[in-house]
Design a protein around this ligand. Structure first.
Ligand code: LER
Ligand code: MN
Length: 295
């Protein structure tokens, strides 16, 4: 299995991200779905020079990006945004894209369930059409109930993928399935055996790096393999912010983020981390996954 990592959790120059990944033995990146933040040619050159792959990207669903928004202008803008993410993935040589359909943190519906479902199907169809022209496979990602009210479990995501049609699949995230699934292992098996598992995001039950919570990583990895999934694992720890007296002294983050980036990270219960702390987590993640059978 290959191991890659999202980069939205620490806004920093892409050169730093790529250097760190190379140094710590990663196979590649899943680049943040912010196409206008990057010079695609430059990033592709850096990846090639370091012999790293761009596997794909994930949509960054900040306020207003929402395929099930009641205002059609927001839905249209979101479709345009998602298509641009796909263009970036294509330019970087990737072939998967994790799509979160609704705004992260929006947990109150704007319409009845049938109407929302229809908007999602209609919007994802347009995005999937663009993806298939570029040879990119979409994985719909269910999130836990505190991040979205729309798609929370693998069976819902499989149904949405089926209603959209084509080769649209599902992306599962160890953190989210541990909260929402009656049996996270069965959720993996069912999705993988249906040939629908496009990507698997990894963080522990507390969203620390794998190995720093109570999930059984050897079992998770063997379950993925048992289901026939041998593609990449995508590290996505989101370390919680500790504002209690128990917190270790915060090192200076040494990085800047746009207001939107910072809000997105804080909406996930985290904050900016120093290079040293972040690097420790990046290193711990790959070490634990390799030691748990990801090879
Ligand atoms: C994205 O992959 C994810 O897991 C969400 O929590 C974020 O937007
Ligand atoms: Mn995820």
């Amino acid at each position: 299995m290959k191991i890659c990592m999202h980069n939205w959790m620490r806004p920093e120059p892409i050169e730093n991200t790529i250097d760190r990944m190379k140094r710590l033995g990663y196979d590649g990146i899943q680049i943040m779905g912010e196409p206008r933040k990057y010079d695609w040619k430059h990033v592709r050159g850096l990846l090639d020079k370091n012999n790293l792959q761009c596997f794909g990207s994930v949509s960054i669903m900040v306020k207003g990006r929402d395929l099930i928004h009641a205002d059609p202008y927001y839905r249209e803008m979101t479709i345009a945004y998602l298509k641009e993410c796909l263009d970036m993935v294509h330019a970087l040589g990737g072939n998967i894209f994790t799509l979160v359909p609704s705004e992260v943190g929006k947990i109150v519906a704007m319409a009845d369930a049938e109407t929302e479902w229809g908007w999602a199907v209609e919007g994802i169809k347009q995005v999937a059409d663009h993806a298939s022209k570029l040879g990119i496979r979409i994985g719909l990602e269910p999130l836990n109930r505190f991040e979205t009210n729309f798609l929370n479990r693998h069976d819902q995501a499989l149904r949405l993928a089926a209603d959209v049609g084509g080769d649209v699949g599902v992306c599962l995230d160890a953190f989210h399935i541990n909260i929402e699934e009656a049996d996270p292992y069965q959720a993996i098996l069912t999705t993988a055996r249906a040939g629908k598992l496009v990507d698997f995001h990894v963080a522990d039950n507390n969203r620390f790096p794998p190995g720093q919570g109570n999930l059984d990583w050897a079992k998770l990895i063997s379950t993925l393999k048992e289901g026939g999934y041998n593609n990449q694992l995508t590290v996505e720890f989101v370390v919680p912010l500790d504002r209690s007296p128990l917190a270790a002294k915060m090192e200076d983050a040494g990085t800047t983020a746009t207001e939107a980036e910072l809000k997105f990270i804080r909406d996930h219960g985290s904050d900016l981390m120093s290079d040293a702390e972040y690097s420790r987590h990046v290193e711990a993640s790959i070490k634990h996954l390799r030691a748990s059978g990801a090879n």
